[in-house]
Ligand binder design. Structure first.
Ligand SMILES: O=C(O)COP(=O)(O)O
Length: 246
């Protein structure tokens, strides 16, 4: 799946390399319980997805512009919309924002170390391109197996534009230090990762267990990127949901 002329591979973070260790809705429900409120995680999940999509729609309308302040505001609004019954909304947001900044809140895809080792062997540069904010640096630093990408973590809040903006992918190209067509971008989101990278001239690969037409370049699991068929190892999808949770 990595074409012969490739000189760099950049990975999306959430849903590709990193997965919430606990389903985000359960983490939200625990935050509510600490304030004496019981909320069904299934209800939280439905509200969360709607709030997450609303924030994405607002970003699209604003030309995908972002920064650290906008990211905090995104998550403050998503927490408020997911847990409207919290007596102390500010406390709930602060606890959840901090929770997802901790390395132990996340699991690394079990294929990651083997894939990075193979990229190193082929002298291919590896990095991360994520819509998460500055907290990602702390999360990556807390997982030794992410060491090979730790020096090239590109987050949209620092770039000033979110995926799928071409401005974001231009920064990936700059960090990779080669031509767009020499960069493979791997992610689980059809619009933000696959279509965004493709429009910017990078070579996209979708990580998905579903048979999605007309996506031509896809892998069922990370290991297939460097040539190993997925069938030899059990499927890994992470215990958490696709969205980062805060
Ligand atoms: O959805 C998020 O906030 C995390 O973004 P990512 O999937 O680009 O890492």
């Amino acid at each position: 799946m990595i074409h012969p002329g490739a000189r760099a591979v950049f990975f999306d973070a959430v849903g590709t390399l990193l997965f919430p260790a606990i389903p985000p809705a359960d983490t939200y429900a625990s935050a509510a319980r600490r304030q004496g409120v019981t909320v069904d995680p299934a209800v939280i999940s439905t509200r969360f997805v709607a709030a997450f999509r609303a924030e994405e729609a607002a970003d699209r309308a604003a030309g995908w512009v972002t920064d650290e302040t906008r990211e905090r505001e995104r998550w403050r609004r998503i927490v408020a919309a997911s847990l409207p019954e919290l007596p102390d909304a500010a406390r709930g947001f602060a606890e959840l924002f901090e929770h997802f900044a901790r390395p132990e809140a996340w699991e690394v895809h079990p294929d990651a170390a083997a894939v990075f080792a193979e990229l190193t062997r082929r002298v291919i540069v590896a990095g991360i391109g994520s819509n998460l904010d500055d907290r990602l640096t702390r999360v990556v630093a807390g997982h030794p197996e992410l060491g090979p990408v730790a020096g090239r973590v590109i987050v949209s809040a620092a770039v000033g534009h979110r995926k799928p903006s071409g401005r974001f992918f231009a920064e990936v190209v700059r960090a990779a230090g080669c031509e767009p067509g020499e960069i493979v971008f791997v992610g689980d989101d059809v619009e933000n990762d696959y279509a965004g990278a493709e429009a910017a001239g990078l070579v996209p690969v979708l990580l998905t267990s579903r048979d999605q037409e007309p996506i031509m370049r896809r892998v069922g699991r990370l290991r297939e990127l460097t040539g190993e068929p997925g069938a030899s190892a059990p499927e890994f999808s992470g215990r958490g949901e696709r969205e980062s949770g805060g």
